[in-house]
Every structure is written in C-alpha cells, then in structure tokens.
Design a protein. Structure first.
Length: 245
C-alpha cells in the first residue's frame, strides 16, 4: 500500500463523512479546522483582524509563558456541520519540548493520538484504522493527514497563548474575538477574553465558526503541573501498519 493511498486531507475526509459514517471524519475535520486557525494566526498581522475590546496592560508575556511551561487540560467539544452534530473530548499534555494530543469520541473511544517531540520522532496513531504515522518533522504529519502544514507544537497556544514565535505584539493584550482570513473567514471567540495580563487565567469557552460549520470547546480541566514522561510513551498492537514520512 502506498502512503499516498491512505493520506487524505481533513477537508477531503469531511466531504466523504456521510459515506464513511464514522466519528473519525468529524474528528479530522475538527483537527484540520483548529490547525488552520493556528497556522493563519501566525501569519502577518494584516491577515489577522482583532475584534471587540482590545486593551493594553503592561505585564510582560514572559511571565505567563513561564507559568504555562507545563500543563494538562481537558476540553469538551461539539462539532456542528450541515445539521450534523458530534461530541468529542480533546485532551492535551504540554511540556517544553513535546506535546501529546488525544481526540476521544463522545462515547469514549480514542479516535487519534498525536505525540510531537522536538528532539525525537513525531507520531500520529489512528486506532480504528490500525495505522501509525512517523516523521522527524511534525509539520509533515499535519500536511499529509490534514492538508495543512503547521508545527503541531502550536496546539499548546489554544489554551496558554504561548508559543516559541508568539512575539511582542501579544504582550499585555486582551482578545475577545479574532477574524482570520479575508475570503473564507474563520471567527474565533473567547469567553472570557484571552488576557495576557493575568498569567493564570484562560478562556473557559472557545467558539470557532466558519461558513461550513462551528466547533465549540468548553474547558473542563486545566492543571498547571509537571507532565510525567510516561505520557509520551505508547505501545501498539502487532497488526498496526507503520508509515514513515
């Protein structure tokens, strides 16, 4: 089997979701949408428009990022697209040089597990398809599986707002709403606002809207703590197919 035969972009998977009749189609659409937002939000300032209340406070961004160097969080989500609705859980373990992301279906089954490490192999495990994808470059995994190339470590910014390339333009600001893109707009709303002035705070609700549908993320648990190294170690059944990019 060729790698090209099994690597489908998130948009392609979603377009076939009615035929597949699987939660994986919605999960990959969700992940692709979030990855698109994270990718676009790191583009030039003219491409990202801030809406709502925006005020400067004066607290250094470094204070917040030092506090959020390691954390665990669990988010309850809901995808609504063309009248179809799916619940899911997003679980994130974040450490300075690596991050693990689990997507869990509404009935508790693991849809996907991603472990992204800046010094070792990155991997994505799809249990239902019995497939594991490996790459030295995590951006290659997102490009093949989601159709959007971006550093997976940027997922940590979803709650913390902190990343290696965040820049001083975010320092001390409060953001209620983001409008990303010019033709096909993506609207991201934070409730309460994303406050970089208060190191320990984070949005309780995140609403992501496009013309095709919406994703709502409700924060269930956030723990600012050290992440055990065992979290980043996985074992797979013997019949799993492994693809190296």
């Amino acid at each position: 089997m060729k790698l090209e035969d099994v690597c489908i972009s998130g948009r392609e998977i979603f377009s076939k979701s009615r035929r597949l009749c699987s939660f994986a189609a919605f999960a990959l659409y969700l992940t692709g949408l979030i990855s698109l937002i994270l990718c676009l939000s790191s583009c030039t300032p003219g491409f990202v428009h801030l809406g709502g209340k925006l005020k400067k406070s004066g607290v250094a961004t470094a204070d917040r990022c030092a506090l959020w160097e390691q954390y665990f969080c669990r988010l309850q989500g809901r995808v609504v697209v063309e009248g179809s609705e799916r619940a899911f859980t997003l679980v994130i373990w974040s450490a300075p040089e690596r991050i693990r992301v689990d997507v869990v279906s509404g009935w508790g089954g693991t849809v996907a597990v991603g472990i992204f490490d800046e010094k070792r192999d990155n991997l994505v495990w799809l249990p239902s398809r019995k497939e594991v994808y490996l790459s030295k470059d995590g951006s290659q995994l997102t490009k093949y599986l989601l159709g959007v190339e971006f550093p997976p470590q940027k997922i940590r910014e979803l709650i913390s707002g902190c990343g290696p390339d965040m820049g001083e333009r975010r320092s001390g600001y409060e953001i209620r709403r983001l409008i990303i893109g010019e033709q096909k707009k993506v609207i991201v709303e934070y409730d309460p606002p994303f406050r970089f002035s208060d190191s320990g705070t984070y949005p309780q609700h995140i609403l992501i809207s496009t013309e095709e549908g919406s994703v709502r993320l409700d924060v269930e648990t956030v723990e600012l703590r050290s992440v055990e190294t065992e979290v980043y170690k996985l074992s797979f059944p013997g019949d799993v197919k492994v693809f190296r990019l």
